[in-house]
Design a protein around this ligand. Structure first.
Ligand SMILES: C[S@@+](CC[C@H](N)C(=O)[O-])C[C@H]1O[C@@H](n2cnc3c(N)ncnc32)[C@H](O)[C@@H]1O
Length: 230
């Protein structure tokens, strides 16, 4: 449903906190199957666009529009979000969940997306944070990449970039286990189906890393920011 550690219940809570006016314009960048934007459109009358470069996911999202919100002005477009005309946008809401890497990182995403919001526009960004400093073995599993911050720093970077943190919530253990298990299950079954020992061992290593270090090191936070104009 979501390609991040998020339960349907928490998604609905986040949607409530958006408190959008009718006919708000919303953009979901790296929207995946579009589930979050669809829920926003089920709750509020909006004009919305979702962007993802994966055409299979966009097809799923557009099928959901037909069945769940046929009378809403919401569409999903297969496009590299880097080539989207961000400079021409004035959105009431931008959603960017697990997709800040598209802009080169968390801070860069805040900078870029802020310019495409109206004054007092809202940004819902979901990102990884470190619950504790990752150790080197865990980082090796992630190609030694470390673009994340601790919780406080993650919030403070948003404030630095001119946002007010309106509402914050974090993924809990159950959401993480559900997300990681669904990912592992899909990878195991695909590896078995394709007879790929290499793919099988890769997901085994990843799952072990999650159990050994990940669950106590990596957190995920949803930050509802409002652009500050004073
Ligand atoms: C971690 S997933 C998050 C999906 C969705 N926001 C959710 O929470 O379910 C990141 C998404 O970004 C998409 N993506 C990656 N690079 C992209 C790009 N340059 N332009 C648009 N979408 C991109 C991927 O296809 C993937 O669906």
């Amino acid at each position: 449903m979501f390609n991040c550690p998020l339960s349907p219940e928490k998604a609905d809570r986040l949607v409530e906190h958006l408190a959008l006016n009718p006919d708000s314009y919303a953009i979901d960048v790296g929207c995946g199957e579009g589930e979050f934007l669809i829920r926003v459109a089920e709750r509020y009358k909006i004009v919305g666009i979702g962007l993802d470069k994966n055409s299979d996911l966009i097809e799923v999202a557009n099928n959901k529009v037909k069945t769940r919100i046929p009378s809403q002005d919401v569409s999903f477009v297969c496009q590299d979000a880097k080539s989207f005309a961000w400079e021409n946008q004035k959105a009431d809401l931008i959603i960017c969940i697990g997709s800040e890497f598209i802009f080169g990182g968390y801070r860069q995403a805040l900078q870029c997306l802020s310019n495409s919001l109206i004054d007092s526009g809202k940004l819902l960004i979901g990102t990884v944070f470190w619950k504790k400093e990752p150790n080197s073995e865990y980082l090796s599993l992630m190609n030694k990449e470390n673009p994340h911050f601790d919780y406080l720093t993650t919030v403070e970077i948003g404030i630095e970039q001119g946002f007010i943190p309106l509402y914050l919530c974090r993924s809990n253990d159950d959401e993480w286990d559900d997300f990681e298990s669904q990912h592992a299950q899909k990878q195991y079954l695909t590896a078995l189906h394709n007879g790929s020992k290499q793919a099988f061992e890769r997901i085994q290593r990843w799952q072990r890393g999650y159990l050994k270090w990940g669950h106590e090191t990596m957190g995920f936070v949803f930050l509802l920011f409002q652009k500050r104009h004073i």
